[in-house]
Design a protein. Structure first.
Length: 428
RNA sequence: GGAGAUUUACCCAAGUGGUUGAAGGGGACGGUUUGCUAAACCGUUAGGGUUUCGUAAGGGGCCGCGAGGGUUCAAAUCCCUCAAUCUCCGCCA
């Protein structure tokens, strides 16, 4: 959500930005908003006048009553009732304009950073940089679910019975490795100076509506029956929601938090669930990082944040690359975003394990998150990024550390979390 | 889950229908006094959103007493719904 003042003063920039995102059908929204905004301000001014008049006259009624001039008071009362009738009509108009403006503002995309590459869709995303040598082993790497099964680490059949498709039981050492990664990610971020946080795993509808659109909500969120609660799809929801309507002190910035949570997703979107694997599932666990900072520091943090994820995966001997979201693939709320992708030696290609975004002040405007500074209050910038999500991160580690004999080496940094175990070997 | 109490500014707190344009403390800040500090005294300290006038400095208007509705000529004050906090009971890891 961009600033309506900015739109008022720079309609051409807003339109140019829409064109760069190949959303030409939204161009008309800009002029509509300008027109509605004008009408709305007119209505507001009229309403203010009426309210002012009512206040003055009501006070007069009080004075007249005190002095026993009942008849005069009655005639003024009648006058105020007329004003109220008009005010009611006018307020309906004010509300209508405000709603129509908001509906359009929600659809107008955030102004992208100048560095975002122009492209129509995800096929035109741009590889920024590779980290680590993408190894092509001389032996075949099995499908990740088969690796996990060979290590007696997976039971999808039982999960199917208890919960249905998209769920899984992780078992034994593999389950432990999964938890080890999350725990290591937590400590990794704490060492970067982030504050660790375990947030609520359910949030109310007003928070959900603040962090995502209705369409996204329908596609992702599980609702608790009979309660005003949703299971979170990522801890970003509760972590950013934490600051909804708040004014933080400038000296507290930047706020750097790292949070653990399970994540629940309906995944009713285009891709759907995978039959066998653990790549796309209804439930996973994630270590997340969020930063709330001043606008001028946002780009520095953005670069630091994705590089933390790169560093994290490199410490697990997983080759990665960063893939920048092109204009057409960039979500409307974001200023700039890139995915961190891990190398899959089986598929000989990279796959997404994390996503780093800077949203400028758009999210803060929507949720009203401000900082109190010397020159007054201002909207903060918000950023979020994945440290690691598992099982997806688990897949990357298993494939990249798979040995010819079917065993899997445990990356050194994870061994302390595995009771010193160095290697997982198939039972048979 | 049940019963009761509470929610006003940085903190405490007065305020049950009409100069509340929100009292009074505390704290903070500024000043006087002072060799310095403290004390005392004086002063300042209600924000936030938005709109409008003005080149600007600045001045108006509207909203704002947990949130949202309602009653009324008029709401911090009366009514309803919701949320949070505290106490007790129940239940439970």
């Amino acid at each position: 959500m961009i600033d309506i003042k900015f739109l008022r003063e720079n309609p051409d920039i807003v339109k140019e930005n829409i064109k760069k995102k190949f959303q030409d059908h939204k161009l008309v929204l800009v002029d509509e908003v300008i027109d509605l905004d004008k009408k709305n301000r007119e209505a507001m001014r009229h309403g203010d006048e009426l309210r002012n008049e009512r206040k003055t006259l009501s006070n007069e009624v009080g004075n007249l009553m005190k002095n026993g001039k009942k008849d005069e008071a009655e005639s003024i009362k009648a006058k105020v009732q007329e004003i109220n009738a008009e005010l009611e009509k006018n307020e309906a108009l004010e509300n209508q304009y405000a709603e129509e403006i908001k509906a359009r503002m929600m659809k107008i995309p955030n102004i992208m950073d100048a560095s975002v590459p122009i492209g129509k869709d995800d096929s035109e995303n741009v590889e920024n940089e590779k980290f680590g040598e993408p190894l092509v082993p001389t032996y075949e790497i099995p499908y990740h679910a088969d690796i996990i099964e060979s290590l007696s680490g997976l039971d999808k059949e039982s999960a199917g019975r208890t919960s249905g498709n998209g769920f899984y039981y992780l078992m034994g050492d593999v389950a432990r490795l999964h938890s080890a990664m999350i725990a290591y990610a937590r400590d990794f971020m704490i060492n970067k100076g982030f504050t660790y946080c375990v947030p609520p795993f359910m949030i109310r509808s007003d928070v959900v509506n603040g962090v995502m659109s209705f369409e996204e909500l329908e596609a992702m969120m599980y609702k608790i029956e009979g309660e005003d609660l949703y299971l979170i799809g990522t801890s970003e929801h509760s972590m950013i929601g934490k600051f909804k309507g708040q004014i933080v002190k400038e000296e507290e910035l930047p706020i750097c938090l790292t949070s653990y949570s399970p994540c629940f997703r309906k995944e009713v979107g285009s891709h759907g669930l995978e039959e066998r694997g653990l790549y796309r599932v209804h439930q996973f666990e994630k270590e997340e990082m969020i930063v709330i900072c001043k606008a001028e520091d946002a780009m520095d943090w953005y670069n630091k944040m994705w590089s933390y994820t790169v560093e994290f995966f490199r410490s697990l001997d997983v080759p990665v690359r960063t893939l920048e979201c092109c204009s057409g693939d960039l979500a409307d709320l974001k200023v700039k975003s890139c995915d961190v992708e891990a190398w899959s030696p089986r598929q000989q290609k990279y796959f997404e394990v994390g996503s780093c975004s800077t949203l400028g002040d758009a999210q803060a405007r929507r949720l009203s998150i401000r900082a109190k500074g010397e020159k007054g209050n201002y909207l903060v910038s918000t950023l979020n990024n994945t440290v690691v999500a598992s099982p997806r991160g688990l897949i990357a580690v298993l494939e990249n550390n798979y040995q010819e004999d079917g065993s899997v080496l445990i990356p050194e940094v994870l061994r302390p979390y595995m009771g010193g175990l160095e290697k997982m070997t198939p039972k048979k």
